[in-house]
Design a protein around this ligand. Structure first.
Ligand SMILES: [Mg+2]
Length: 236
């Protein structure tokens, strides 16, 4: 069984600033400021990392931020339901056929590994026309501030689901930023980088992913990369 974990923003979907607007409105409403959000680079970071960085820059204490996180997540989720449908969210090129092909495989468990919190991730996917229920598990920003802790969390959830251990040897992490590659390394998983987000292929190449793709359009080629030769099929 192979565990294949997808990042969301820039990998599965293009969200056109929906997450940034949701965070900005939430933090302004709750704390009266969103800190230096206009210049802050969010890509590859977890939501709690972003929230903590923005609010500490605005002079709010870590204790106050940490205590406020559950309420922040709750308001973010309400706002996401209103804001996301107003944004043009689309699946990235090749994502729908690739997910369809992976879903036909009995030897694949699909999961999410994302900095989004667990309550906004499915809203984002649904808005972009991707069924979130096909991902059997996820490791989310709401699980850990440090993205590098998320692979182990995803593997633990896969192990609980199937009653057998999952390690980096049978786990693949697909993402669009250097942080996704580093996080795959932290989990000793295979790192597949895709240049469909904010980072060009030559930038991602500097982080030496196991595989580097321009996009996810070549379904057969990517299936081969993810699963190797002569894969068993559940249906044909
Ligand atoms: Mg991303």
């Amino acid at each position: 069984m192979k565990l294949i974990l997808f990042d969301i923003d820039g990998t599965l979907i293009r969200s056109h600033g929906a997450g940034r607007q949701t965070l900005m409105e939430t933090l302004q409403e709750m704390f009266g400021t969103a800190g230096p959000i206009d210049s802050y680079k969010m890509s590859g970071k977890t939501d709690p990392r972003i929230i903590t960085d923005l609010l500490t820059a605005a002079g709010i204490s870590r204790d106050e931020i940490e205590a406020g996180l559950p309420a922040v997540y709750s308001l973010m989720t309400d706002k996401a339901r209103a804001i996301f449908p107003r944004k043009e969210m689309l699946p990235c090129s090749g994502v729908l056929p690739l997910l369809a092909a992976l879903n036909e495989r009995a030897d694949v468990t699909l999961g999410l590994l994302t900095g989004n919190i667990n309550s906004t991730a499915p809203i984002k996917l649904m808005t972009a026309g991707i069924d979130p229920s096909q991902f059997r598990l996820g490791a989310y920003g709401s699980d850990a501030l440090d993205r590098n802790q998320l692979p182990a969390i995803a593997m633990r959830r896969a192990a609980a689901l199937w009653g057998r251990p999952f390690t980096g040897d049978n786990t693949v992490i697909i993402g669009d930023t250097p942080a996704d590659i580093l996080c795959a390394r932290a989990g000793k998983a295979t790192a597949v980088a895709v240049a469909s987000g904010w980072h060009a292929a030559h930038t991602l190449a500097q982080y030496q992913p196991d595989h580097l793709l321009e996009n996810l359009s070549d379904t057969a080629g990517i299936m081969n990369i993810l699963l190797g030769d002569n894969p068993p099929r559940s249906t044909d």
